[in-house]
Design a protein. Structure first.
Length: 206
């Protein structure tokens, strides 16, 4: 889902509502990190202690004002179809609230293709901690990671997957550079989801 920049704007407005002014570019560099860690990472422990929950609550409300603008990336549904046709278990790993995830599942038309999905209720610590990836793996492969592979578009996706002991195929849709994604642990980076689809035979998802 094409959400990163909408989240950046929502966080900017949430901080500003509480008189914490941060440049949007700095906020964007932290999108993909869970909200439980983002406030302190951006504004420091003192702001987290005094305003953290209020900023997070404001961000949720402000993001929901933008959610009707969200669209799936081109090829996202097709990638799910490709993976399902190859016999892969598919788990959509998100730390979003349940109502947001339901909205995304409908937009992606993914309910019949995915074997499961996660929400914020499934984890205590969000990315870059590995909890979300581990929760997704347990839904798709209860016996363990096996040959699990993360598909993600942020450095935090790559870091969380690495900590969970699995590889990441990354796409540039999150606004992070190829080198940043590689440095964070991606084994390959693709310009778009369609480029990944066309190269599946050259990846661990073959």
């Amino acid at each position: 889902m094409d959400t990163n920049y909408h989240h950046a704007i929502a966080w900017y407005r949430a901080f500003r509502r509480h008189h914490v002014n941060l440049p949007v570019w700095r906020i964007h560099r932290h999108i993909g990190m869970g909200g439980d860690q983002l406030v302190a990472a951006l504004a420091g422990d003192e702001v987290e202690s005094s305003l953290g929950d209020r900023v997070r609550d404001a961000e949720k409300d402000l993001y929901l004002e933008l959610i009707d603008e969200i669209e799936p990336f081109e090829g996202a549904h097709g990638l799910l179809e490709d993976l399902a046709a190859r016999g892969h278990s598919i788990v959509l790993a998100s730390s979003a609230k349940e109502d947001e995830v339901d909205h995304y599942l409908d937009l992606l038309d993914a309910r019949e293709l995915a074997d499961g999905w996660t929400t914020s209720a499934d984890v205590e610590a969000t990315k870059p901690e590995p909890d979300l990836v581990s929760a997704a793996i347990s839904k798709g492969s209860p016996s363990g990671p096996g040959n699990a592979v993360m598909v993600g578009d942020s450095t935090f996706d790559c870091e969380a997957a690495k900590r969970a002991g699995i590889e990441t195929l990354a796409v540039l849709t999150g606004g992070f550079s190829e080198q940043e994604l590689v440095d964070a642990g991606a084994i390959a980076v693709f310009e778009s989801i369609e480029k990944l689809r066309s190269a599946l035979d050259e990846t661990p998802l073959a």
